[in-house]
Design a binder for this molecule. Structure first.
Ligand code: DX5
Ligand code: ZN
Length: 217
């Protein structure tokens, strides 16, 4: 299991130091929640902030775009240093083109589904994704309660990916992930867990990472 801490819950005044501390604690990925105030009600940071912090970190930058028409900004996020771009299927009309363009630019491509969006929306793009992000809350804010239907959705997605010969495709879960649901999520087939409040609210980072790792077994 890969833990991808969400900087939405970190101290935004000290992101460079936080990134350094995460790396020293043994974390490998970090999750950037980009919000535009349109696709979701909240506004956070964008490509300029990510670009400014790229030199401060060797972590894998997992960038979750909660923005309308993300296809307008793919090359900007590449230039900012994103390693993976995850777009919402609900946010772009030409999903396949958007995913192919992310890969063409040299990044890993991910597709995210809101809680009410069916898995069938991915049926014809399964070969175009390196990761599927299953939202376990309605996106926009940290600290929300995990929606239990997520577990069934993850298990069904794992079966669908395996049947399509995509055992290599990662499943990420984001929203309300904590030590209590980590074991069940991994058992259902999740590979990458995003955690905001349940991670940053409990320093030190090294001990919290070890607790999540133990909960995944
Ligand atoms: C929600 C974001 C999440 C959020 C998770 O819209 O996509 O990444 O930061 O935070 P927690 O873990 O607190 O639910
Ligand atoms: Zn996220």
């Amino acid at each position: 299991m890969i833990l991808s801490p969400s900087l939405l819950s970190a101290d935004c005044g000290n992101l460079a130091a936080t990134l350094k501390n995460l790396e020293e604690a043994g974390v490998k990925w970090v999750h950037w929640d980009v919000m535009d105030g349109q696709f979701v009600p909240n506004i956070t940071f964008g490509q300029h902030v990510i670009k400014g912090l790229r030199p401060a970190s060797g972590l894998f930058f997992d960038v979750h775009l909660m923005i309308e028409r993300p296809e307008r900004y793919l090359s900007d996020f590449k230039a900012a240093g994103a390693d993976m771009l995850v777009v919402h299927v609900e946010s772009t009309v030409h999903l396949q083109r958007t995913l192919a363009e992310i890969r063409r630019l040299g990044m890993k491509a991910g597709a995210a589904l809101n809680p009410a969006t069916p898995l069938s929306s991915l049926d014809y793009v399964l070969d175009d994704v390196d990761m599927v992000l299953i939202m376990s809350v309605n996106p926009g804010f940290g600290g929300q309660k995990f929606l239990p239907a997520t577990l069934r959705k993850v298990a069904e997605l794992r079966a669908k990916l395996d049947a399509a010969g995509r055992c290599d495709c990662l499943i990420q879960v984001d929203g309300g992930v904590n030590l209590e649901n980590t074991g069940a999520l991994v058992k259902a087939g999740a590979n990458v867990l995003v955690s905001g409040s349940a991670f940053f609210g409990h320093p030190p980072f090294g001990e919290r990472l070890a607790a999540f790792t133990a909960a995944a077994c």
